[in-house]
Design a protein around this ligand. Structure first.
Ligand code: AP5
Ligand code: MG
Ligand code: ZN
Length: 215
């Protein structure tokens, strides 16, 4: 499947993407995970992105498009991909359309995961993430804790709060989302690709996607 996952911070994009990869071998491409990996590795990209991310601002479109142009041409994308956290602005969506046309790729669907704001705030304050850049498994102290506190079930690395999980950064990320990313729903509705799924169950989001794809 070739899908874009839209949704506010904490809507469950990463959680749903990881569930979908198990269905048909499509890969999760999370620009947030790629950027966090670059920050941890101390690369030029990471140094440039770090300040924006800590504040809860978007990193510049040009940085993101450079990453995605390369990533979408890697061989593991042929089976399908789940874009998690990209595109995030109208210019990114317009450039993605050009890139997909150039590569001869057609999207199946754009899924807007719609979760109430109070649920989102609570989820972000209680999320924990595996700090191993290659893993970045997602946990939640309330809904999905690791078996051993503070240790990733999958790779044994420490499970921590992300650098953008302060109260200020969370509030700023939600504002940034409303201003810059929410308009993408209208953009993809016009293209006839949008499917909005409202609710707090990731299982229902996954089954809604399967049904819409006719699988
Ligand atoms: P990014 O990493 O994309 O963060 P985000 O959009 O803020 O989204 P999150 O990862 O916080 O939430 P999620 O929807 O994945 O939810 P999750 O599944 O973890 O981006 C980070 C930063 O990178 C940006 O601020 C920006 O600076 C930069 N960036 C990234 N992409 C960019 C781009 N394209 N352009 C410019 N800048 C970019 O779930 C949240 C929690 O809830 C977890 O604890 C989970 O366990 C729990 N949970 C999930 N589902 C459920 C459920 N059904 N029931 C109960 N708990 C649940
Ligand atoms: Mg995520
Ligand atoms: Zn891990």
């Amino acid at each position: 499947m070739k899908i874009i996952l839209l949704g506010a911070p904490g809507a469950g994009k990463g959680t749903v993407a990881k569930m979908l990869t198990k269905l048909d071998g499509s890969v999760q491409i999370s620009t947030g995970d790629i950027l966090r990996g670059a920050v941890q590795a101390g690369t030029e990209l990471g140094k440039e992105a770090d300040g924006y991310m800590k504040r809860g601002d978007l990193v510049p479109d040009s940085l993101i498009m450079g990453i995605m142009e390369k990533r979408l041409q890697e061989s593991d994308c042929q089976q399908g991909f789940l874009l998690d956290g990209f595109p995030r602005t109208i210019p990114q969506a317009e450039e993605l359309n050009q890139l997909l046309a150039k590569l001869g790729i057609k999207l199946d669907m754009v899924v807007n995961i719609d979760v109430p704001r109070d649920v989102i705030f609570d989820r972000l304050c209680t999320r924990r993430t595996c700090e191993n850049a290659k893993c970045q498994a997602i946990y939640n102290v309330k809904s999905n804790p690791p078996q051993q506190e503070g240790i990733c079930d999958k790779c044994g690395s420490p499970v921590v709060q992300r650098a953008d999980e302060t109260q200020e950064a969370i509030a700023h990320r939600l504002d940034t989302y409303n201003q810059k990313t929410a308009p993408l729903a209208g953009f993809y509705e016009k293209e006839g690709l949008l499917k909005t799924i409202t609710g707090t169950s990731s299982d229902l989001v996954v089954s809604g996607i399967q049904k819409a794809l006719g699988k």
